[in-house]
Design a binder for this molecule. Structure first.
Ligand code: ADP
Length: 617
């Protein structure tokens, strides 16, 4: 959360922006919010007004017609109830819609974000915080706060208007001494000044304690998140069950969660103590103003300025004005606190686009003649000191079968990310058929690549949708890709074949698949895309030796005239490649065929090869 303290102007600007956003999705939210507050307040103010008038009539003229008329007005209130409930349903529906829509907006932004920003831990943390705080802060919370604010304002305005009558109500009797003083406007003004002072005092006290409570809640939020992690998240993750059992992690989890739990209890007690202090102060102001109101109105009734009905009416209205001060102060504090969340939300939505997305369409070539070349490319990840790639010069020739090898962290995956333009070089440039790749339309350029990353993900959708990434897919092409990836028989045996959901997240007849099967589906997906470059990052890590053998023996058939790049730790599986790139410490140190590389016994490749060969000897 940002530490910068916003000015009132900045706060108002942010609320205005959020309101514009809300109104663009759920038009007339503010109108319905206003109508709801108006009707909700009017219902009880009018009810009180009628009661007061009936009491006046019963203790005054006792005109039966007027009493019946007043009673029938209660029935008329039904209309107000209908209006109130209608606008409440609207407000509530808009609120629910907006909370979901907030997620849709965030997703839209994530989809359109530069890839480096999607991977940036700080930006990801922002998104996580927004998600974790849903309900506590954000657009939905702003709507809830505005309902309270409007309610406070409605009460204040309506009850003030009615209370104003007090200035003009004077006794018909001839008064003298203290009674005459009570009947003066000066006395009424003194009373209102007292009420105003109490209301301001109450506003200040509630503001201060609300602010302290909010700070306490914020301070406790890390503890809340930790507790949630220990008690829910980790245990809910089905992948964690094995580790919990094998490593007896319950001891660690219990110890840590007990510690955090104690802190949580302490935080709750401190919060309750703050709330108790706040309530005590609030009650003091409330008793003072209510007592003063009773006294003032009783005295006015006593001298005959108005009847018993007036007593009921004015006492009620002045008490509501004081109540409104509290609602108002809470709403204002909450609105400003909510801006802490809105600030992060807008920060996320405003994440700038820094990549150049290009405009030149890539040529659609049947012969796949796409030559890509790295020209002295160096690359550092954002906010890091060290180069992950240094002075890389490299040319991919059409139809190449290239293996990329090297120790962990030597820059293999980073080179692929640069090749696929997930990142742009820090220095140097990359060309496609002689033109800087940054000049090509981004999505067009991405169309040239099919990649199976090590940490690929499958959807909990059907097999067909997973392979094609489309809703209306070409079934024949999906089957052919599955066959090439060695998954044909397995999918044919599934209850709904291509329509079978992967995993059981949403449907009971979904299938759970092994890591190797998932990898085969990911390979099928890469083949379905039919891109000019097929890149496999550790393509066979989860496959059993037979499946691995099958994949390699059919490999040439799979990739045909495409350029294929493999990252692999199993050097024996790289032998079928024409060309092997050896990376070390971000640099390309060797680039040759398997046989030629082995001729140099002191080279890195020989070192890696010999290190692995002893296990296969
Ligand atoms: P390899 O694929 O050869 O194992 P990588 O290309 O993944 O290596 O990583 C090269 C270097 O870049 C490593 O030092 C790694 O820690 C660093 N690195 C990789 N990804 C990121 C990232 N997203 N942010 C910062 N540094 C990264």
């Amino acid at each position: 959360m940002k530490k910068h303290k916003r000015t009132l102007k900045e706060d108002l600007r942010m609320i205005k922006r959020a309101l514009k956003l809300i109104e663009s999705n759920t038009p007339h939210f503010l109108l319905h919010n206003f109508l709801y507050s108006f009707f909700a307040t009017a219902i009880f103010v009018i009810a009180n007004y009628i009661t007061a008038s009936i009491v006046d009539e019963l203790t005054g003229n006792r005109d039966p017609k007027k009493i019946v008329f007043l009673l029938s007005m209660y029935a008329a209130e039904v209309v107000l109830y209908i209006f109130r409930d209608y606008s409440w349903r609207k407000v509530r529906t808009f609120h629910i819609i907006s909370e979901k829509w907030e997620e849709v907006l965030l997703n839209g932004k994530s989809f359109s974000m530069d890839y480096p920003n999607m991977e940036d831990p700080l930006i990801r943390a922002k998104r996580q915080l927004i998600t974790d705080s849903r309900g506590t802060g954000g657009l939905g919370k702003l709507m809830v706060n505005l309902v309270s604010l409007f309610e406070g304002i409605s009460k204040l305005v309506m009850c003030s208007i009615i209370s104003m009558e007090l200035f003009f109500k004077h006794s018909d009797k001839v008064l003298s001494g203290f009674e005459k003083f009570i009947d003066t406007s000066g006395f009424t003004i003194a009373f209102f000044v007292f009420v105003a002072i109490c209301a301001v005092g109450e506003y200040k006290v509630t503001s201060k304690f609300n602010r302290l409570s909010v700070e306490k809640i914020k301070g406790n939020s890390m503890i809340e998140r930790l507790l949630h992690y220990y008690l829910d998240d980790y245990i809910d993750d089905s992948k964690a069950c094995k580790d919990i059992h094998i490593f007896n992690q319950k001891r660690l989890i219990r110890f840590s969660s007990d510690k955090v739990y104690d802190e949580w209890i302490k935080g709750c007690k401190e919060l309750f103590s703050l709330q108790r202090k706040r309530n005590n102060r609030f009650n003091l102001f409330y008793v003072l103003t209510t007592g003063a109101t009773y006294l003032f109105v009783a005295l006015k009734t006593y001298i005959g300025a108005f009847g018993l009905g007036g007593f009921i009416k004015y006492q009620f209205c002045v008490a509501r004005i004081v109540e409104a001060a509290e609602i108002f102060s809470s709403a204002v504090t909450d609105l400003r606190t909510n801006n802490d969340y809105l600030e992060i939300f807008f920060d996320y939505l405003d994440t700038p686009t820094e990549m150049h997305y290009g405009t030149i369409p890539t040529e659609k070539r049947m012969d796949n003649k796409y030559d890509i070349e790295f020209h002295n490319v160096s690359f550092r990840y954002p906010n890091t000191e060290n180069y992950a790639i240094k002075n890389l010069n490299l040319k991919f020739k059409v139809g190449d079968r290239i293996a990329v090898v090297g120790m962990n962290g030597s820059g293999k995956t980073t080179m692929i990310k640069l090749l696929c333009r997930l990142y742009d070089p820090t220095e140097g440039y990359i060309t496609l058929n002689g033109i800087d790749i940054q000049k090509y339309a981004y999505e067009d350029y991405l169309d040239l690549f099919s990649v199976v990353f090590q940490d690929f993900r499958l959807f909990s959708f059907s097999v067909g949708e997973n392979v094609s990434a489309e809703v209306d897919y070409d079934e024949e092409k999906v089957w052919s890709s599955l066959e090439k990836a060695g998954m044909l028989e397995r999918v044919k045996a599934m209850p709904k074949e291509l329509k079978t959901p992967v995993y059981k997240d949403f449907e009971e007849d979904g299938v759970e698949i092994s890591g190797g099967e998932a990898q085969k589906l990911a390979i099928a997906r890469a083949l379905y895309k039919d891109a000019a470059f097929v890149i496999l990052d550790e393509p066979t890590a989860s496959l059993d030796p037979i499946a691995e053998h099958e994949i390699y023996s059919r490999f040439n058939d799979m990739v045909k005239d495409k350029t294929a790049v493999y990252i692999s730790h199993r050097l024996s599986s790289c032998r079928f490649c024409d060309r092997i790139l050896v990376f070390d410490n971000g640099q390309l140190i060797q680039d040759d065929s398997h046989e030629t590389l082995l001729e140099n016994p002191n080279g890195k490749y020989s070192e890696l090869w010999n290190a692995q060969a002893q296990y296969y000897a």
